[in-house]
Design a binder for this molecule. Structure first.
Ligand code: SAM
Length: 242
C-alpha cells in the first residue's frame, strides 16, 4: 500500500436523540508514490550519469583508478547506485555483480552499462545480507556506501564472508571530521541530511568500523576533497586472511 486516506463521514442524526458525530476511517490504497519513494527516485536521479553524475572529485577518481587496478575475477559491488564505478572496470578481467537496494537506481545503472558496452549482473538487496555464497568473490567494491548503510559492522562481516581467502575489500568513503568546527557542522546537519541524502550520515567514523572488522591487512589513507561538510575522505583496501 502506497498511501492511506482518512475520510470523515457526515454525522448521523438519530430520531429524538442528541446529534452525535461519528468518524469513519477508511484506509485505501492509491497509486500515489509515498514521500519515501519520491525521495528514493529523486536521489537516484541525482546519482545518475555514471562517474560524471556522481561528481567524482579528482582525488577520489585517482584513488579509484589505483585501487580498482588490482581487482580481477568475481567482483561484487555493494550499493553501486547509478553505476559510477563501471567506467573504471571497463576492459578489466572482472565479472561484476551489483547489489543495489534502491530500485530507481537500476535503470540509471543499466543505461550507464549500455553506454559502456557492458552487461553486468544487477541484484536487489542490502549489503547487510549479501545475496552471494561464502567465499565466492575475489573483490568487493564499496564507494560512498558505508555512510548510508544501517549497520556498518554487519556489512563488513558480510563482505568478509563472501570474499575468498586473500580477496580484497576496496573502499572510498566520505567520513567524519576529526573535530573542530567542521565536525560540529556535520553533527548539526546530520538529521536533515539523513532525509535529503537517502540515509547518508556525514559524521560517521567509518575508519573505526573498518579497523574492527577483522581484515588481515588494512590500508587506510585519509584525504580531503574540496567540498563543504563532505571534505574528509578515506580510501583503501582490506585483505581477507589467506
Ligand atoms: C551515495 S550513493 C553511492 C553510489 C555509488 N556507490 C557511487 O559511488 O556513486 C549510496 C548508495 O548506497 C546504496 N545503499 C544504501 N544503503 C544500502 C545498503 N544497506 N546496502 C547496499 N546499498 C545501500 C544506495 O541505494 C545508493 O545507491
Amino acid at each position: 500500500m502506497d498511501c492511506v486516506s482518512i475520510l470523515a463521514h457526515p454525522p448521523v442524526q438519530r430520531h429524538g436523540a442528541r446529534r452525535s458525530f461519528s468518524l469513519c476511517i477508511t484506509i485505501r490504497s492509491t497509486n500515489m508514490p509515498s514521500p519515501l519513494h519520491l525521495r528514493k527516485r529523486l536521489f537516484a536521479w541525482m546519482m545518475s550519469g555514471g562517474s560524471e553524475g556522481c561528481a567524482d572529485d579528482t582525488l577520489s577518481a585517482q584513488y579509484k583508478r589505483r585501487l580498482f587496478a588490482d581487482l580481477h575475477g568475481d567482483v561484487i559491488e555493494i550499493g553501486p547506485g547509478g553505476g559510477a564505478n563501471l567506467a573504471y572496470l571497463k576492459g578489466r578481467d572482472v565479472r561484476w555483480i551489483g547489489i543495489e537496494p534502491n530500485p530507481y537506481m537500476h535503470p540509471h545503472l543499466k543505461a550507464e552499462a549500455a553506454r559502456l558496452g557492458l552487461n553486468p549482473e544487477l541484484r536487489s538487496g542490502v549489503a547487510e545480507h549479501i545475496d552471494a555464497p561464502d567465499a565466492s568473490a575475489d573483490g568487493v567494491i564499496c564507494t560512498h556506501v558505508l555512510c548510508s548503510v544501517s549497520d556498518q559492522a554487519a556489512v563488513l562481516r558480510e563482505a568478509l564472508r563472501v570474499l575468498r581467502p586473500g580477496g580484497r575489500f576496496v573502499f572510498v568513503e566520505h567520513v567524519a571530521a576529526h573535530g573542530g568546527a567542521l565536525r560540529t557542522a556535520q553533527n548539526l546537519i546530520a538529521p536533515a541530511w539523513r532525509i535529503i541524502g537517502d540515509g547518508c550520515h556525514p559524521n560517521r567514523e567509518t575508519w573505526v568500523a573498518l579497523q574492527n572488522a577483522g581484515f588481515e591487512r588494512l590500508e587506510i589513507e585519509h584525504y580531503r576533497v574540496d567540498a563543504p561538510i563532505f571534505g574528509p575522505h578515506i580510501a583503501g583496501v582490506g585483505r581477507k586472511e589467506i
